[in-house]
Design a protein around this ligand. Sequence first.
Ligand SMILES: Cc1cc2nc3c(=O)[nH]c(=O)nc-3n(C[C@H](O)[C@H](O)[C@H](O)COP(=O)(O)OP(=O)(O)OC[C@H]3O[C@@H](n4cnc5c(N)ncnc54)[C@H](O)[C@@H]3O)c2cc1C
Length: 487
Amino acid sequence: MAAPITAVIVGGGLGGLTAARCLQRAGARVKLFEALPSWEDRLMRDRGLGMWREAQRVLAYIGLRRRFEEIALKIPPASYRSKEGTWLLQAQRDETGEKVLSCRQSDLLTLLRDDSLHPSLPPLEISFGKRVISCEGQGEAGYEVDPKMQIEFSDGTMTEGDFVVGADGVSSLVRQATAPGTRRGFLYYTGFRSFGGIIEDMEGAGEEPYETVSDENRFAVIPLRYKAGGSGGKSIEGKRKALFWFATLRDDAADGFLGPGRAMQEWGPPTDAPVLESLHSTFGSFHDPIPKILEETERRQLPLLMDHHMQDKRVLFNIGRVAFVGDAAHAFPPNLAQAGSVAIEDAWELSVALTPYLRGLIPRIPAKTRLETKFKKKIREPTSITNLVDIYGTRRTQRVTGHHTVTDAVAQLTGLSDSLRSGILSVTPLSWKQQLFDYFLQKSFGGPKCRVSIPPEGMQAVRIAAEEEEEAKRQIQAQGVRPHRPS
Ligand SMILES: Cc1cc2nc3c(=O)[nH]c(=O)nc-3n(C[C@H](O)[C@H](O)[C@H](O)COP(=O)(O)OP(=O)(O)OC[C@H]3O[C@@H](n4cnc5c(N)ncnc54)[C@H](O)[C@@H]3O)c2cc1C
């Protein structure tokens, strides 16, 4: 049997945790390191997410379909409204077959982390309070210079692995460490930032997701499955009173780029008076229930999540033996609310590309010296981690570039002045608008090229994953304990 290959995953968000489970399934030993001090800290940074079809497919492939449906709410894909509440564009519901499942990020992370829901996998080795500051030995395309990669943490400790997955978000230190001096050129601050939060129980919240646009300002509402007792409580079918909202405004202090050290994602204090004041003054005249959402947030002193909208001028999926997934590979502004779904796709595709190597089904070339491989830089045979990671990078670059085109187009439309936008929309027949919008969604998320790969073992593996999931659920219910791993 081939010796296990160790993957070091940096970052315990959606990208990192999905990569951990996918790579474990593919046969890797996984060590995950998260900079935040605890799991509770990670869950606290909560937001609502709309999960698109391909991400749902990946969750099914790794045995989480039923559990995911229990925490999620089925919603139409995307719609735009004017400040007065008129529907400007609505994705067709049933004809495209594109349904989105909304959920709290914290719930999805919990499903991914919970060992009892992955009974055929070893318990996840996850360490908190471990901020990676450097990665060395990644090599370059075509050759691997050292037998192992060395990863250093801010507390002075080190670890090593056969390859590294940079899943450390928009301000990726792994990316800076492996491509020094280039990061600033890649990552562009669009000049917009958003504030948002979750309201667990609100009358009159509505059942439709939408984004209301007025000049450059936008207010998005994503309904979430209502839970008795709020976050962490039991989901209740059919009641739609919980929601995630986020309001996007231009940042007056924006200088185009975020310098190192400036926070890109942070929590504001519960009653950040100047922020709330500016939100009230910008969105207070928007249609119902937007003013009420802001009032409820203020009255209940709910925490505000702040995000700077980052965009990559160039996506980056791989450097030598380092693969990037999620926001570390491609920062999108949340124009069609899809970057998290794409992070899940990335993680899956990385594991599919590496599966034959991890399982020892193809010959593994030993680490080579620069001299030995000097003239073979371009070889694409899947015999080294570097080359497989490179194949992953090429595939994902094609896919994600399509996303960029669509999100940019949406950003252009929503960024127009009210008069220009309504001028364009009023002279365009409704059926054309619908068709165009559906075309965009289809191009971005629905077409055959957008499909994630089927599991390397075929659909049989998916059936086994579903059975495992059922078994885990039965055992938890019967005994309240984690089932033993099958040998
Ligand atoms: C307002 C808003 C709404 C959105 N809505 C949607 C939506 O509806 N649907 C959707 O699909 N997506 C949505 N997204 C995007 C989605 O939230 C992100 O794309 C996704 O969470 C990114 O996951 P990630 O794992 O790549 O990064 P992150 O979630 O940022 O995780 C990175 C992790 O790495 C850790 N870390 C950072 N540096 C280090 C280090 N040096 N060492 C160790 N650990 C480190 C961090 O602490 C963090 O836990 C939205 C985004 C925004 C801003």
